[in-house]
Design a protein around this ligand. Sequence first.
Ligand code: C5J
Length: 303
Amino acid sequence: MRIVARGGKIAAASKAEGTKRGHFTYKFGFLSLGHRIGTLARLVLNVRGCDHPRISSNQRGVLMNVNRTVSVDAEPYSFEFEPAHCALLIIDMQRDFLEPGGFGEMLGNDVSRLRSTIEPNRRLLAAWRGEGLQVIHTREGHRPDLTDLPPAKKARGRSKTSIGDEGPMGRILVRGQPGHDIIPELYPLPTEPVIDKPGKGAFFATDLHAILQSRGIQKLVVTGVTTEVCVNTTVREANDRGFDCLVLADCVGSYFPEFQEMGLQMIKAQGGIFGWVSDSARMLAAIGRSAIRTLKLKVEGHE
Ligand code: C5J
C-alpha cells in the first residue's frame, strides 16, 4: 500500500511490493488498513501549512514510523532509539511519595519538592501515548501481610510510624491502599503494565525483565521519583542487564536538590557509565522531528 498526496487529497494505491521491508504497510502492520489511511490523511492535512515542532501529538496522531531511529540531544552524547524498541518507564509517581501524609513525608521530607516533575511527565506521557509508544509504570509497595517487607526496611528511619502502619492515605506503602496508587495526573491506561516492586530497583523481585524481553524493548526512557533512590537503582539494574537508559532531568525529582544534581551526574559521568541524561523539551523536539521526517518521506513517496 502506498499513500501519496494528490492536490491536497490522499490516494492509496496497492502495490505488489506492499509487504517489503522498509515499506509503509510493513512498518505499520499492527494497525488496521482503515486506521492507517485515516491516520496518514490526518497527518498530511494537519501538517500542510503547520510549523512542525508546534504540531501537538493529538493533532499528529500516530505519526512516527516506529522503526525509524530517533536522535535525542543528550549528555554525554546523543541518545538514539527506534521507537518500537524503546519504552517510557515511569518510576513510582505514587501519592505516597508526592502527597502529604504518605511514606515520603513520614521520612521527614518536604514532598512539595517533587511536584515540579508532574507537568513535564504529563506532557511527555501525552506525546508518547499520542505516538502509540510503549509505557510502563512502577509502584513501590508491599503485600498487606508485609511478608515481602524485610525487617531492616521496616525498622529503618526509626520513625514513629513505619511501613504498614495506618496513615491519612491508608496503610503506608501497602498495595491496594490509596497512598500506594499512582497520582491521577499520570494514571496508567489499562493497556500499560504496572510493575509492583517491593524494593527500590524495578528489576528486583518483579517480572519487568520478562516483560521488556517479550516486547522486544532494548532501551528505556526513565522518569519518576526519586532521582537518587528508585530512579538511580533501576537505571543501574537496567544497565547491568544490557538496557540503554535515558533519564529526563525535569521529569525526575528528589527531596534534596544536591542529590538531584549528583544523581544525574552519576548517570552520565565517565562517558555515560550508567546511561544518558536529557530533558523533556529535547525529547519532545526529537519526537516532533522524527514524525515530520517520516511524514515527508511518505508524502514524497520515498517509503
Ligand atoms: C524512596 C523511591 N525514595 N521511589 N523510593 O524510598 O525513590
